[in-house]
Design a binder for this molecule. Structure first.
Ligand code: MN
Length: 327
């Protein structure tokens, strides 16, 4: 998806300042994003948040739906660019058709992973396919690429068979990275460029489980559906629970069916600048990426989408500078 905020601001994210080195339970409210490009979709952004910008290399968490797309076009996100990040598309209900400038065309269903590595530049479009189901629900996540890898060639991967652990009424599917404990060795085949993990925990009924965590990682949880108790905090959709570092495990419990996304990673040392769909290290770099997109340079062409590309919003007039590498 595109960052559909019609008036995006530059955001500085990353760096060790503010990382909780001990376990914490910070409940952070998401915000409704004013839609610029799609119809019939509500989006809640829990990351970046006013209080917290990143969790490991995870730097963007947008949840959409559940939304009725019955009898309508559904999702229609026109061709738009990305740099310096990976996009993770994960559905709870419905389906989305992805097309990109590398000529990939991929339909995604719930339980499958679309991972697009923008690297130095890619463009893509996402839409509900013809004959789509009545309801659409999912998340779009971004992973910041470390400086040494952010210039890699763009790539798109679709993973339909992710490792899954079943523990009673709980199913854990690892999207990226790996979980320890009973899931040790069952890493996701998805390519990561920094130490991170993303996993979906699905409760089929009232149940509880305990996940092994990596003490050096920081973690956060986002509920996709239902209400899940995370370390004794009841977490509903629309908020992100930041959990800090220093945990060896995490207790999860639910009274009803529900789904939770666990995100974690080594705190991201580098400060990054996010603006619209670009991640860079300087304001000038973002300005250049915007100019290239508007001039039709460097991002290839998405074929098959019924409509023109998304124009970039106007750049904000203020200039941001990251403070550079910390630690
Ligand atoms: Mn996108």
């Amino acid at each position: 998806m595109s960052n559909l905020d019609p008036d995006p601001h530059e955001t500085i994210s990353g760096g060790r300042v503010g990382v909780a080195t001990e376990p914490v339970r910070e409940l952070l409210e998401g915000r409704d994003v004013v839609l610029g490009g799609t119809r019939g979709m509500s989006v809640v952004r829990t990351l970046p948040n006013k209080e917290r910008r990143m969790v490991g290399a995870w730097c963007f968490v947008d949840s959409f739906g559940p939304e009725s797309v019955n009898g309508g076009p559904g999702m229609r996100v026109a061709p738009h660019p990305h740099t310096g990040l990976q996009t993770v598309t994960w559905l709870v209900q419905g389906e989305v058709l992805h097309r990109d400038s590398l000529a990939n065309q991929q339909l995604i269903h719930p339980g499958q992973l679309n991972l697009m590595t923008a690297g130095r530049g890619i463009s893509h479009a996402e839409e509900s396919p013809t004959g789509h189901g009545p309801v659409l629900q999912g998340v779009q996540l971004w992973v910041a690429l470390p400086d040494e890898h952010r210039g890699v060639a763009p790539e798109f991967d679709h993973h339909r068979d992710l490792p899954e652990l079943v523990d009673g009424g709980v199913r854990v599917r690892v999207l990226i990275g790996e979980l320890g404990g009973a899931l040790a060795g069952q890493g996701s085949p998805a390519r990561a460029y920094s130490p991170i993990v993303g996993a979906e925990v699905a409760f089929d009924r009232d149940a509880e489980t305990r996940l092994s965590l990596e003490p050096d990682f920081e973690y956060a949880a986002v509920t996709l559906s239902g209400a899940i108790e995370v370390d004794r905090v009841l977490l509903s959709p629309g908020s992100l629970l930041y959990l800090g570092c220093g945990r060896v495990d995490l207790a999860l419990r639910a009274d009803q069916p529900g789904r939770l996304l666990l995100l974690g990673g080594e705190p991201f040392d580098e400060e990054i600048i996010m603006w619209w769909n670009f991640i860079g290290r300087s304001h000038d770099e973002i300005v250049r990426a915007r100019e290239d997109w508007m001039a039709g340079r460097g991002f290839g062409e998405v074929r098959g989408y019924d409509g023109g590309p998304l124009p970039a919003p106007a750049m904000p007039t203020s200039t941001l500078k990251p403070r550079g590498r910390l630690r």
